[in-house]
Design a protein around this ligand. Sequence first.
Ligand SMILES: [Zn+2]
Ligand SMILES: [Zn+2]
Length: 248
Amino acid sequence: MAGSERSSNLREEFALRAFISIVPGVIALAVSIVLFVYNTRYSDAGYTVGLQWVLLVLSVPAIWYGVSQLVQMRKIASFDVKCPFCQASNRFTTQPMHDVRCDRCNRDIPIVDGRTLRVFEVRCGFCSTLNWYSEKSTGLICEECDREIPISVSDDREASPAMHAYARHDDTERYNLVLLDPGPKREEIIAVLQKMLALNRNQVKEIMDDVPMTLLHGVPKKKAELMSSEIAACGGRSEVTPATSIRA
Ligand SMILES: [Zn+2]
Ligand SMILES: [Zn+2]
């Protein structure tokens, strides 16, 4: 499948064709009218009669063609792709199924199967410039200083931990950590939860008997994910969910 064409490009083509046929057409028509008036007044003119008709015959289809191009130009379908980076509207003749370049900011708009992906902001740890990445990104080069910014895009694809410290996420969302299943290694998980929640052994046991139980409320995602991975390391199962009701 060929890539989507920009509606504006196609529109320009039609407008150009309309222009280069209508303008000469109208001039030819005007000249033929002038010749018509001239010929009716001074009937001695010979060749101008022929010219008058030739111009008339040429001008009508030219104008007709130009008008038809204008009509087609109005019929161009337009699929709006909003740039997630700069919010500019990019119009295409068909729904783009793959990445397209934003006309205004020149960034690639991430599209998978016709869906524009969400983008997230991350500040470069070296120069503090704001950069963006999408659900599709696995790495990122800073737009300003060209250094690599490590990012974690999902739970199972982590950026290298060493580089992670250099990325500063502007994530103001808050998350809950919910314990779903303490798993078979009870002693280990008790120890982890005791340390994590600063509770005594009995309090932890009560929590474990009452799963699913929210362990942490409204914490930064990184913290929730870190705790979640500690629980997973002991064979337990937990879930990090957005804390929509408790906003910081
Ligand atoms: Zn843009
Ligand atoms: Zn940078």
